[in-house]
Design a protein around this ligand. Structure first.
Ligand code: SF4
Length: 294
């Protein structure tokens, strides 16, 4: 891995109005993300920065003044984070995500935290003080080798343990199975592994856009040559039949487990003691792409 370039930057405000369908505001305490996922859709951010480094090789650490009256955001939904991981390893040192949580401590916002790190457990006490909070973990494999090939984030077992710990502490948790790699991600096995520790399971297909398409295709060709024809069919010829068949199969599987299965429904309000609802967001990507605002 390349050396990480770390810069500290001053910003006027940390809350950005979002037109993501699931939130009113985004909070990105960092620019860049050392988790460096090979499929990171946020890597387009590089274009808006002065960084020449590869995605994952730089982080700008943001500093801002506390919001004086966070109560005025009560009832609003806030998403952490849309273009970084709020618990990337720099958070251990700089505690910028924690600073935001301290500022909003106890405010009745709809707070949604999304991460690939168990560093979130450091802030469990603080998170539990939010009356309306959800913590999501992104998991798209149970194969630690594949995970290590794809990102520099925490191992899958650490993510699942963190999910379990928060679940046991009464926090609503989500498992975001994304991106699903055709024929590589075993979605059923992931559902089976996490269903007792989360309240929502979101499914999203791999959508190869941007600069990372050649990287991912080259990886699959080298490591999973048996699946490469399938990737060519989907990503070179636009054949969507794999996703339709997988969706049908998963619906049967999920309902066989006695769980609720939905399509493109992000309105689910779950309590921490409810069994997970599985929501299929296949082909939802265009909405999400157009909704990301810097
Ligand atoms: S953790 Fe998220 S923001 Fe960070 S590199 Fe991975 S996909 Fe991108």
């Amino acid at each position: 891995m390349n050396e990480l370039t770390i810069k500290q930057v001053r910003v006027k405000s940390i809350l950005t109005k979002s037109n993501l369908p699931v939130s009113d505001f985004s909070v990105n305490p960092y620019v860049g993300c050392p988790h460096a996922c090979k499929y990171c859709y946020a890597s387009f951010m590089k274009r808006f920065t002065n960084h020449a480094e590869d995605w994952g090789a730089f982080v700008d650490v943001k500093f801002w003044d506390d919001i004086k009256n966070p109560q005025k955001f009560a009832g609003k939904s806030i998403f952490m984070s849309s273009v970084t991981d709020p618990y990337n390893p720099q958070e251990e040192t700089f505690k910028r995500t924690r600073a935001f949580l301290e500022n909003f401590r106890g405010v009745d916002v709809h707070l949604s935290i999304q991460t690939k790190s168990d560093l979130v457990l450091r802030d469990a006490d603080l998170i539990c003080k939010f009356p309306n909070v959800r913590v999501g973990f992104s998991i798209n494999t149970l194969d630690e080798n594949f995970q290590a090939d794809m990102d520099n984030a925490a191992s899958i077992s650490r993510r699942i343990n963190a999910m379990k710990t928060l679940h046991e502490r009464g926090v609503v948790t989500t498992c975001f199975i994304s991106p699903i790699f055709p024929a590589i991600t075993d979605v059923k096995a992931i559902i089976a592994a996490v269903k007792d520790f989360c309240n929502l399971i979101w499914l999203e297909n791999l959508n190869l856009r941007g600069n990372f398409k050649p990287t991912i295709l080259a990886y699959v060709r080298e490591k999973y040559p048996q699946h490469f024809p399938l990737y060519e069919a989907i990503y070179q010829r636009g054949d969507m039949s794999y996703w339709r068949e997988l969706a049908d199969e998963l619906k049967v599987y999920v309902e066989g487990l006695g769980l609720d299965y939905r399509v493109n429904d992000d309105s689910q309000k779950k309590s921490a003691d409810s069994p997970p609802t599985v929501v299929n967001f296949f082909h939802h990507n265009q909405i999400r792409k157009s909704a990301v605002k810097l």
